[in-house]
Design a protein around this ligand. Structure first.
Ligand SMILES: Nc1ncnc2c1ncn2[C@@H]1O[C@H](COP(=O)(O)OP(=O)(O)O)[C@@H](O)[C@H]1O
Ligand SMILES: Nc1ncnc2c1ncn2[C@H]1C[C@H](O)[C@@H](COP(=O)(O)O)O1
Length: 222
């Protein structure tokens, strides 16, 4: 019996991994997909035509980048549900608006009219009964210091030039955002509790928690 069957995770589940930059979403996405024999949906980072320009000049490229991410994630959402599920997704669509667009508008690096246009498009596309929401959002949390170490170790050039204050602001916003998020069931995992890089066998403990959690949420919905 494989781990998915052992812990009763439906083969058509769509699980999205959320959390601030560098917390370990991509690593977790790959580990869970390998262990569950699920497909993956990754964010495009290297092939993103706006990301470098955005980090060079937030104000100039905020709107372009958000529209790009919205289009990419919406296409991915469609692809996952057309396949009939069985996916682990690296970052949810909800974080684009709830964290990034909101933060840049409030910090003055996204024009308020652009933000309004973006938000109305996002709501028309996502906040409708027709939009398929994930079965589960796994929220990865950790201390700011650990996360900044990971960003430095990973070494993406545009992130190295970004002031620590940016990651600190984002970290604080994530903590508030997740407390009020209700788009789908949320399972929180602290990165200090499960080191899946040093101890890959920890993945089974995470899958066990996912199985129990999904069973409980399904019972509550019945
Ligand atoms: N459990 C872990 N222990 C140590 N390092 C980790 C762990 N998970 C991820 N990392 C490292 O942290 C960095 C960021 O991880 P990544 O998965 O790319 O984060 P995200 O997708 O959230 O931005 C990478 O260098 C990755 O190898
Ligand atoms: N919606 C977004 N707005 C601005 N920047 C974003 C958005 N989504 C992702 N990003 C950035 C943050 C990182 O530099 C890369 C990849 O994110 P990661 O958390 O490392 O997967 O894209």
């Amino acid at each position: 019996m494989n781990l998915r069957e052992k812990y009763g995770i439906p083969s058509n589940a769509v699980i999205t991994i959320a959390g601030t930059v560098g917390v370990g979403k991509s690593t977790m996405t790959k580990a869970l997909a390998d262990a569950l024999h699920f497909k993956t949906s990754f964010e495009k980072v290297d092939a993103n035509p706006y990301l470098d320009r955005f980090y060079e000049d937030f104000s100039k490229w905020s709107f372009h980048l958000q529209i790009y991410f919205l289009a990419e994630r919406f296409k991915e959402q469609k692809r996952m549900f057309e396949y009939g599920g069985g996916f682990i997704q690296d970052r949810s669509i909800y974080e684009d608006t709830g964290i990034f667009a909101q933060m840049h508008k409030e910090k003055g690096t996204m024009d308020p009219v652009d933000h309004e246009t973006y938000t109305s498009l996002f709501e028309a596309m996502v906040m409708t009964p027709y939009f398929p929401h994930p079965d589960l959002l796994i929220y990865l949390e950790g201390t700011l210091d650990n996360i900044i170490d990971r960003i430095h170790d990973r070494g993406r050039p545009m992130e190295q030039q970004t002031p620590i204050a940016y990651w600190e602001e984002m970290h604080g916003r994530y903590e508030k955002w997740i407390d009020s998020f209700n788009g789908c069931p949320v399972l929180r995992l602290n990165i200090n509790d499960y080191d899946i890089v040093k101890n890959p066998e920890n993945v089974e403990m995470i899958i066990e928690r996912i199985g129990h959690f999904m069973e409980q949420t399904a019972t509550l919905r019945r």
